[in-house]
Every structure is written in structure tokens, then in C-alpha cells.
Ligand binder design. Structure first.
Ligand SMILES: [Zn+2]
Length: 494
């Protein structure tokens, strides 16, 4: 008589949290409605608890959930609830709205408490989408309204868990036992792991920042990516409900996943930029070209010149503008700048040959966008000065430090610290100790790279003073020294 709900234990679950990342943020409330069938009787029981997250709840989240710092102050931490909650959830079908969120948070909290918890999940967003493919949105608010479900105190965990249980009963009434059971079975059975990936491979990936590499049959990676939450990002590639065409192809091909954890996002970005360039994965298209990177140089009143970024001496980087990913990208940028500021395409030598007849106005002038350097209406010197001025925001800044610096990046738990060593916008490497950073600063080659420059300038600008460790201040010009000498000079310094 209880049909679809009879052969298993079901738990309808909602969690409230301090944010959106299972790796960084914590659970503040858990609500569970348990439905189990015992002989002829169906038992429904409820359980909920506030959870002391051990960290402050951001103001906007307090407003959204109605759970304040005062409310959780006296509540037990997750570790004290873990045992009872584990028993309550064990061997049940885990039902939640956007189940990956609730499941991910509970899995992370259980893992911190020393429990390896997992469950078969039924996502009510996917269920709703499956039964009503043309009737979005599928948010809980929208569903509550569509079905006239009594909301009670929305956004509190137990209230939302109750809504999910009521929703399933409503769906059974509307669609009948067989259709609901069929939909549930299909969603529960739907594989969310790539067919050629050995089981357990996804489980081993941590909720931590880092880079990941997908391999197919060959030794070459087919895709390289980075994330502040490796597991969530990798799983997102294989989520059936919103996989892109590219992700579907990846999912079919991937046979092995490698990953490297980093302390934070900067380390992940740097490592990704390096791996994509050295390993040339087939499916990455955005980050691959390094050879084509250019800087723009301005010499007196002459037209802008494009120079290969890697060929510019580091001491002269700040005399250049950019960097740009390619020569065409630099041209497009300058053309847009010209249109915006009334600059002359001819004086900048950005016009195609067909218009190069001497004395003829440039294309922009015909559109009244050029102030007339091409026809002598604007002095060449004045034009050059204006170009210099509007390009100034794209000038590579002078390196603001006396020499190399190490940027310390700590993970959320404070257990790992990476030192990213930079000198004159070049990344020398990432190490785990100050000694190793000093060695890198003394010996590693400096090679300018546009992607690294962008990552480094952003990370260094955002860094607190205490996260920056100056290295080799008096020896900033150091180039590769023989290894023996290097060791000796480091010892002498102490
Ligand atoms: Zn012109």
C-alpha cells in the first residue's frame, strides 16, 4: 500500500550553511524527515538540529536563512552530531532539492568528523525536470507555488525537508504509483560517472583547490582544469542533467583522472597555466598559445610596434603595453582604442594595404572618428602623445619589489602553505619552505608569460603585506649560478 516508498528507507534532507562551497563553508542546520515502512505501518519521523559552524555566518546568509550567529552559538558542532546523524542517514535513499549541494556539504562535514559517508541520492530538481520538462523553473519556491504546498518557515532545514516529503506524496497522487516509481528508478540508476572510469576514482578526489588532468587511452591528457574545489568541479563535468556537448565527449573518453591539490586558487591557476602549455591537452583551446604572445612598443612618433613578449628584456617590460595573446588580438585592441579616442588608423599603421594611398584619409577619418593625423589636421606629435596617454592603463607596471618575492598562500584549514616565487612578473616556481624559495630566487630562469603575468599581478595586488616574503633584495639581477656555488652562498648568508 505504500508502493514506491515501501522497499527502502527514505530520508528527505535539507541543510543550511554559511556559504556555497563544501570545502570552505560549513553546515549551520540539518533537517531530516525519515520515512520507513515496517510491515503494515509507515513510520515518519523528524529530526533537526542547529549546528555550530565554528565560523561566523555572513550577514547576507543570516538574512536568507534566518539563522544568526547567536542562534548557533550554543548549538553542538557537527562532530558531536555526526554519530546520530550517520545512523539516521545510513542505507537510506537521500532526497534533497539540488541534492549535490546538501550531499556535498554533509559528505564534507562527515569526512572532517572521520566518517566515510555516502548514499544513493535522488535530486528533486532532476525529478521535477524529468516529470515536467517544459515547466520550469524548478526552484523549491516555484514548486511550492505550483503544487500549492504549505510552505511554513521556508529556508529553515526541517521546514524544507518536510516540503520535499510532501512534494513526493503529491507527485505520487498526481502521476500514480507506477509512473513515479519509474521516474525515481531511472534517476537513481542513472550513471553519473563516466563509463570507462574505474569506480572509486571520483571518490578519492578531495574538496580542495588544485588542478586535475583527464586521460583517455593515451599518455597525453585530454583535458586539464583547475578549481577551488576539485571534486565539485570534476563531478560537474559529468553531471548528466546539465552536461555540455564537450563534457559529454570528455565523459565518454576519460579513463583516468590525476589531480594535484594546492593551497589556494593562485597556486591552482599557476599550475594550470603551466600544465596546459607543457602537456597540450586536446580539449583545452583557450590557454594554449604562448608563442604568439606580444607586447606593444611605442618609439617616439612612430607607429606602434608588436614585439614577441618573450623577447623583451625583463628590465624593459615596463616600457611596453599589453600583454596580448596574439598579434591579431593586439591589432583588434588598438583598432578599438583608435575608434574610441579619435586616433588615426594610418598613423598607427593598422589599416589594410588597400587604403594605404599617400595623402588619403584613413577609414576612421571617413567615419569622422579620426581627428585627422592622416590628412595633416592633427600634428603627428600630438597624435603620438594622445596614443601614449590612452595606452597608459595597459602599460606593464614596473616591478614594485627590490627583487624576487615569495607570496604565501594558505589553505582554508591552515595546514598547508605554498610559496609562489615571483620576480619581475615571472613565476619561478612554487615551493613549501623559505629555504627552497631562496634557492629558486637565486637560480631559476626568468621567462615572461602573459598568463602568469595576469595571475601574478592580480594575486600580488590582493596580497596582505605579511603574505609577501622578500627574497634576494641585494641580488635581484641574479641569473643561473652553478649549483655548487649556489649552495655555498646560501650557507654563507646565515
Ligand atoms: Zn586618420
Amino acid at each position: 500500500m505504500f508502493g514506491v516508498f515501501a522497499d527502502r528507507r527514505w530520508v528527505f534532507v535539507d541543510v543550511e550553511t554559511t556559504g556555497s562551497s563544501p570545502a570552505r563553508d560549513r553546515v549551520t542546520e540539518v533537517g531530516v524527515v525519515t520515512v520507513e515502512t515496517d510491515g503494515d505501518a509507515q513510520r515518519v519521523s523528524e529530526w533537526s538540529s542547529l549546528v555550530n559552524p565554528g565560523v561566523p555566518i555572513p550577514a547576507e546568509i543570516q538574512w536568507l536563512t534566518g539563522i544568526s550567529n547567536e542562534m548557533v552559538r550554543g548549538a553542538p558542532p557537527f562532530g558531536e552530531l555526526a554519530d546520530a546523524l550517520y545512523d539516521r542517514l545510513a542505507d537510506a535513499v537521500f532526497v534533497a532539492h539540488n541534492a549535490r549541494f546538501d550531499y556535498g556539504f554533509l559528505k564534507a562535514e562527515f569526512s572532517r568528523a572521520g566518517y566515510d559517508w555516502r548514499a544513493a541520492t535522488l535530486c528533486t530538481v532532476r525529478l521535477s525536470r524529468h516529470l515536467y520538462p517544459d515547466r520550469g523553473p524548478h526552484s523549491l519556491d516555484a514548486i511550492v507555488e505550483r503544487f500549492g504546498l504549505d510552505g511554513g518557515e521556508r529556508h529553515r532545514a526541517l521546514a524544507d525537508a518536510r516540503l520535499l516529503w510532501r512534494l513526493l506524496q503529491r507527485l505520487r497522487a498526481r502521476h500514480g504509483e507506477a509512473e513515479l516509481a519509474g521516474a525515481v528508478e531511472r534517476l537513481l540508476a542513472r550513471p553519473s560517472t563516466p563509463p570507462a572510469l574505474p569506480p572509486g576514482e571520483l571518490e578519492a578526489i578531495p574538496h580542495a583547490p588544485g588542478v586535475y588532468l583527464f586521460y583517455g587511452a593515451s599518455a597525453h591528457p585530454i583535458y586539464i582544469g583547475k578549481s577551488v574545489d576539485l571534486k565539485a568541479r570534476v563531478l560537474a563535468h559529468f553531471a548528466n542533467d546539465h552536461a555540455s556537448g564537450a563534457d559529454l565527449r570528455l565523459s565518454q573518453e576519460v579513463q583516468r583522472i590525476e589531480w594535484e591539490a594546492t593551497a589556494g586558487e593562485t597556486g591552482a591557476l599557476l599550475r594550470e597555466a603551466e600544465l596546459v602549455k607543457t602537456r597540450l591537452p586536446a580539449h583545452n583551446v583557450a590557454l594554449r598559445r604562448k608563442a604568439g604572445q606580444v607586447l606593444v612598443a611605442l618609439d617616439g612618433e612612430a607607429a606602434p610596434r608588436f614585439v614577441a613578449a618573450a623577447a623583451v628584456p625583463l628590465a624593459r617590460l615596463h616600457e611596453h603595453y599589453g600583454p596580448f595573446s596574439s598579434r591579431p588580438a593586439a591589432r583588434r585592441f588598438l583598432q578599438a582604442l583608435a575608434a574610441e579616442h579619435g586616433l588615426c588608423l594610418k598613423a598607427m599603421r593598422l589599416e589594410g594595404r588597400t587604403r594605404a594611398a599617400a595623402g588619403a584619409p584613413c577609414f576612421n577619418h571617413q567615419l569622422r572618428r579620426c581627428r585627422g593625423a592622416c590628412v595633416g589636421a592633427e600634428p603627428v606629435g600630438a597624435h603620438a602623445a594622445r596614443l601614449r596617454e590612452v595606452l597608459e592603463p595597459r602599460r606593464v607596471p614596473a616591478w614594485p619589489h627590490a627583487g624576487a618575492v615569495a607570496l604565501a598562500e594558505r589553505d582554508a584549514g591552515g595546514s598547508r602553505e605554498d610559496l609562489h616565487v615571483f620576480d619581475r612578473w615571472c613565476w619561478l616556481g612554487t615551493v613549501r619552505s623559505a629555504d627552497a624559495a631562496t634557492q629558486l630566487a637565486a637560480g631559476a630562469p626568468r621567462v615572461f608569460d602573459a598568463d602568469v603575468y595576469r595571475i601574478a599581478s592580480r594575486a600580488l595586488a590582493a596580497a596582505d603585506a605579511e603574505a609577501l616574503l622578500p627574497l634576494t633584495a641585494e641580488d635581484a639581477g641574479a641569473t643561473a649560478a652553478p649549483a655548487g656555488q649556489l649552495g655555498a652562498s646560501i650557507c654563507d648568508c646565515r
